[in-house]
Ligand binder design. Structure first.
Ligand code: NAD
Ligand code: UDP
Length: 339
């Protein structure tokens, strides 16, 4: 079964391609290399023994998409491609709406023209906004979001829901990720942020390896157990398997929404402490002001994915930090441009 994987060379996409190959699927990767390197392909081939088919192109390029869909029979699409930096989205909202929303619409239009009616979309816990109590359940209302990145996810969800209403043959799976971290246990693939990392785990990794001096802890006066922000960290390996599990919905028309998280709440200081234990180095940190737009605490209720997809996360925070550290040590400068 051929699965088109947009953004398949990125952090979550590359881990998912490995799981797809291991499960007997054929991923066909479309990526414009905006936030990834071609050398990821060799790494996937080293791990799986199979070199994935790769198209270097943009989801907004409908001519290119048409060629791709004409050359391969595609059974389903896993749609990762997009921009993901929350702060950048506040500064350049139109870029985010263009790539994330317009790009997703372009992709769905071409899928429709080629009668491909299964899409698995990378959404985010951010769509729950700031008014819902924790843990988050899939039936909670979405909206009240604090940034354009989150709104772009909200809008794509709505576009896909409406499209499915208009043509009930579609199977639309909306996967709401919590905080993906970690790396493949081989240390061959992992998260390779360009410039200063926006997210906590890659920032800690760079402090641990000596690239940055200390971790800025954004706030210690939240109403949480130690005052720092609380999140639901999920190993990218588990998350990748969640996509393979979601492919089960290929034959079930409808809109299917799942939280992909561990269902476990961890604070910023918990993560720093766990990383310290994994790398056996001091992780200096300084308490700083809250980051605008951050919520104090959220985590997932994960019952639905367990019941309907038979999926649940197995890796602990200790596994996540160990695999992050392994990746960081083996690739202190991230991926090479060419390999
Ligand atoms: P990533 O940046 O590592 O991967 C995205 C990939 O898409 C990159 O390889 C990039 O080159 C490619 N891409 C970007 N714009 C493109 C375009 N116009 N056409 C074709 N390819 C394009 O990000 P990731 O962390 O792997 O995230 C994947 C998806 O999951 C994104 O949609 C993101 O918003 C969503 N998500 C990520 C997180 C997270 O914390 N990483 C959390 C929730 C949701
Ligand atoms: N955080 C932090 N320092 C950093 C990056 C993040 O203290 O350099 C905190 C942030 O305030 C939040 C948690 O770590 O409480 C997770 O943030 P991240 O950006 O990784 O994910 P988010 O949940 O914001 O998408």
């Amino acid at each position: 079964m051929n699965i088109l994987v947009t953004g398949g060379l990125g952090y979550i996409g590359s881990h998912t391609c490995i799981k797809l190959i291991e499960a007997g699927y054929t991923p066909i990767i479309l990526d414009n290399l905006y936030n990834s390197k071609k050398s990821v392909l060799n790494r996937i081939a080293t791990i799986t023994g199979k070199m994935p088919i790769f198209y270097q192109g943009d989801i907004r390029d409908t001519v290119y998409l048409t060629t791709l869909f004409s050359q391969h029979p595609i059974q389903a699409v896993i749609h990762f491609a997009g921009l993901k930096a929350v702060g950048e989205s506040v500064k350049n909202p139109l870029d985010y709406y263009e790539v994330n929303v317009q790009g997703s619409i372009a992709l769905a239009q071409i899928m429709r023209q080629h009668q491909v009616k299964t899409i698995i979309f990378s959404s985010s816990a951010t769509v729950y906004g700031e008014k819902n109590p924790v843990p988050y359940f899939e039936h909670y209302p979405t909206g009240n979001i604090t940034n354009p990145y989150g709104w772009s996810k909200f809008m794509v969800e709505q576009c896909l829901i409406d499209m499915q209403k208009a043509d009930p043959e579609w199977s639309v799976v909306l996967l709401r990720y919590f905080n993906p971290v970690g790396a493949h246990p081989s240390g061959l693939i992992g998260e390779d942020p360009q410039g200063i990392p926006n997210n906590l785990m890659p920032y800690i990794s760079q402090v641990a390896i000596g690239k940055r001096e200390y971790v800025s802890v954004f706030g210690d006066d939240y109403p949480t157990k130690d005052g720092t922000g609380v999140r639901d960290y999920v190993h990218v390996e588990d998350l990748a398997l969640g996509h393979v599990a979601a492919l089960k919905k290929h034959d079930q028309a409808g809109v299917h929404i799942y939280n992909l998280g561990n269902g476990v709440a961890k604070s910023v200081l918990d993560v720093i402490q766990a990383y310290h234990q994994a790398c056996q180095r001091v992780i200096p940190y300084k308490i700083e002001a809250r980051r605008p737009g951050d919520l104090p605490a959220f985590w997932a209720d994960v019952t639905k994915a367990k019941q309907e997809l038979n999926w649940q996360a197995h890796h602990t925070l200790s596994d996540m930090v160990q695999d992050s550290w392994n990746w960081q040590q083996k690739n202190p400068h991230g991926y090479p441009d060419e390999e």
